[in-house]
Design a protein around this ligand. Structure first.
Ligand code: PLP
Ligand code: COI
Length: 339
């Protein structure tokens, strides 16, 4: 799609094809070759590729923002580069060097800069993927890998900016076990969530809240975002046990709450019962940003936190974070990278 054909004023969190993408390759037991920018288009893959047969792959997600002064900037892309390298390791893929990852991301954003929405319209979602492209029928790592970065202009992940979302706790499905792959961005972590999420949406909920797989007592995550509860001056978020994805937004929210708002942040297990007694609850992620949770359904009962009025802490954290991301507030922590 040409940039002038994009309906920038009505963007949702969905895919819009842009001009180009970045492609790099790597053979097993060797180094990643530096890749190149090519026109966006389909790939040719063997039906025996390990990504198609065994799900050997990962993705990352970050955003590029167009500031009102015309500059383009990304939020902490080096954190995503580091997480991608960790995910490669867990998924038996050759580790992507941080510099290669960042260089690729910057090149794609620059080459597709006409697709970056304005501050009021949204952001350019940047999606790096790494996967086994070589053939393999035995369950073993691929002989060849591809690293691709593509982009898409996006609007809000949850309908309505800062509109409180309705969530439901699932007792029927778990997202990830301890010692599994929940702590990395394995592509295989996401398809099992489509069924519970789809069922929840049919019932009018925006997403599900997953509980821990061992005791089914403690909150893990909200679909593809990290969970937070506010109790007075304390901010509580589930500790990173291995089954929870270490979100870049999570880490940033913790820092803002501690250093800018003087809150006491507790990274620890939080039971549903305790969360239901919180003053405010919200979830956070690249796509979700900071999303206020209006109500939580647990075992058939809806508990309402806020109807229309957003909690003070949630609101302040949203403003701090988006202020930095959109270049409106001082970037005291050096989080933004100009492209
Ligand atoms: N949890 C899961 C399962 C996710 O997929 C994501 C999104 O990447 C997050 C949390 C939030 O992470 P981040 O803030 O790095 O986007
Ligand atoms: C992100 O926030 O970048 C995510 O990865 C969520 C995604 C699964 C839509």
């Amino acid at each position: 799609m040409k940039p002038n054909e994009v309906d920038f004023d009505n963007l949702t969190f969905s895919f819009t094809e842009t001009k180009s993408m970045y492609v790099a390759k790597c053979k097993q037991n060797s180094e990643w070759e530096s890749g190149e920018i090519v026109p966006f288009g389909n790939l040719s893959l063997s039906p025996a590729a390990t990504v198609l047969n065994y799900g050997q792959g990962l993705f990352e997600g970050m955003k590029a923002y167009r500031w009102e002064n015309g500059k383009i900037a990304m939020f902490r892309p080096e954190r995503n580069a580091r997480r991608a390298a960790k995910s490669c390791n867990r998924l038996s893929m050759p580790e992507i060097p941080e510099e290669l990852f960042l260089d690729a991301v910057k090149k794609v954003v620059r080459d597709n800069s006409d697709y970056i929405p304005s501050t009021t319209q949204g952001a350019l979602y940047v999606r790096p993927i790494i996967f086994g492209s070589g053939e393999g029928v035995g369950v073993a790592p691929s002989t060849e890998y591809m690293f691709i970065v593509y982009v898409s202009p996006v609007g809000p992940y949850f309908k309505g900016k800062l509109k409180p979302i309705k969530l439901v706790v699932t007792n029927d499905y778990h997202r990830a076990p301890l010692k599994g792959t929940g702590g990395v961005k394995a592509i295989g972590n996401y398809v099992p969530g489509m069924l519970p999420s789809g069922l929840a949406k049919k019932d009018g909920y925006a997403e599900v809240i997953y509980l821990d797989a061992a005791e089914e007592k403690y909150i893990e995550e909200v679909g593809a975002a990290n969970f937070f509860a506010v109790k007075g001056k304390n901010l509580i978020t589930p500790e990173l046990t291995g089954s929870i994805l270490p979100g870049v937004t999570r880490e940033s929210v913790i820092k803002l709450a501690r250093d800018k708002m003087g809150m006491e942040v507790e990274e620890r297990r939080i039971s549903v019962e305790e969360a239901l007694e919180a003053d405010e609850v919200f979830c956070a992620g690249t796509a979700a940003i900071v999303a206020p949770i209006g109500s939580i359904n647990y075992k058939g009962e809806d508990l309402t936190f806020c109807d229309g009025e957003i909690g003070e802490v949630t609101n302040e954290l949203y403003n701090y974070l988006t202020g930095i991301q959109f270049g409106k507030s001082k970037d005291d922590f050096g989080w933004m990278t100009e492209i």
